[in-house]
Design a binder for this molecule. Sequence first.
Ligand code: C2E
Ligand code: SIN
Ligand code: SIN
Ligand code: FE
Ligand code: FE
Length: 473
Amino acid sequence: MLQAFGDLMLILDEDGMILEHKAGNLPHHLAGQPATFQHGNIQDLLPVEAGWKITEGIRRLRENKKAVQVEYSLPTPSGKAWYESRLIPAQNKQVIVIIREVTKYKHSEEKIQTQLEQLDALRAIDHFITSGADLSQTLAGILDHVRKYLSIDAASVLLLNPYTRCLEFAAGTGFKTSAMQHTRLNVGEGLAGQAVLEHRIVHVPDLKNRKTGLLRSPDFIRENFVAYFAIPLIAKGQVLGVLEIFHRLSFSTDRNWMNFLNTLAGQAAIAIDSAMMFKDLQRSNSELMLAYDKTIDGWSRALDLRDKETEDHTRRVTELTLRLARRMNIPETELIHIRRGSTLHDIGKVAIPDQILFKPGPLTKQEWLIMRRHPLIAAEILKPISYLASALPIPRFHHEKWDGSGYPEGLTGESIPLPARIFAFADVYDAVTSDRPYRPAWKQSETLDYIAKNSGIHFDPEIVPVFIRMMLE
Ligand code: C2E
Ligand code: SIN
Ligand code: SIN
Ligand code: FE
Ligand code: FE
């Protein structure tokens, strides 16, 4: 039976002395021929570590009286071989040891382990595709994983600049010098450029044998790299750049490793592509925002031009409002809405007829009724524009007064939205210090007196001192 399975069976005494053996065919397992190891000690017949593991197994067996299993490797002429020994208690404190070669199983176990790790690496890179991480986070993450899972010293990504058609350094890990950061190669130039031009992996087992000067920086020599790989990063048929891998010792690869490298580079390219798309999207989004803001600037400019006397009123009022809002520590994220609201505050006046708007004297009761509709007209005009929703309180409530005597709603105190309360200072200040068809401009001192007198009547009494101090400064 032993011969059929190729196992080796030993009977040991409690000190590890070999009393008897039945050999299957386990060559190279014990030193010497079977005849020589009869009555030798297992400890002396095996290399130190394996012998120690069996001796330790015998000790555990004596303690627990239960079968023990130990595993160890031995060098053989055809490479490392793995063995599994099972120790079973027998009569008279003797121990039966059955030794079996498990190299084949061990190798498939290692292969599965490697494949699991590779899956892990791919999953980690997939994560960047779905997480919406930005480009620099994505590149840094990919390089960390590449370095860890491929067990290499350093790696970098060069991205292809679509305008200059140059490969430019975008991220790196594991470098001792800043040599790589200056990398700028044309397609076809250098090893990386060659990988991109030919759409294939370029592998140099020993950089030191190359005569061409590195097209990087003199510092590159100090990195002492030996092995080099350049893998083009291709997504949707487009070359995005190149992944470079550096190792300071020579590096042996097999087909499995190269396959993994290819898959990893493919995933990395998809992650980079999606991060770049995200960046483009963000850019066109902010370009769109800029276009919107230019549009509302245009509307308010049209209004100012119609009302020649108040030309530039909107710009001045907006600046003054933002200054006051900053003094009051309104969060930066709110300021953009306050800016838009101020710019559009009197947009409702487009619906006020010329003979009322430009009347060089006091308004009749009837005319007032029309004039007082301008905040509600503004709300009507702006309501359908969702991105202006947060800007609406100023156009709608800028003529409300603290004591409730304002319009259109007659709101009092803090029920008037804060942006509108802040804005009222700038609006009144700028209106009364400007000439109007119905009266000449007031002086600053008169104006500040007027605002102080109307604290708690027209104006929020807590903001009055802040505004007056700001204007006096
Ligand atoms: P506006 O000229 O931009 O004035 C904005 C606000 O500043 C006014 O809101 C008012 O609170 C304050 N203000 C402006 N001028 C004076 C002033 O001479 N005295 C005082 N005490 N406060 C002043 P209000 O009163 O709700 O007026 C809204 C808009 O109605 C004004 O915008 C202006 O376009 C128009 N308006 C107001 N009064 C008259 C007027 O007597 N004649 C004419 N033609 N238009 C007027
Ligand atoms: C490189 O910078 O890619 C290496 C240049 C070369 O050795 O051809
Ligand atoms: C502005 O664009 O000036 C308002 C928002 C800000 O201050 O950032
Ligand atoms: Fe107004
Ligand atoms: Fe105004």
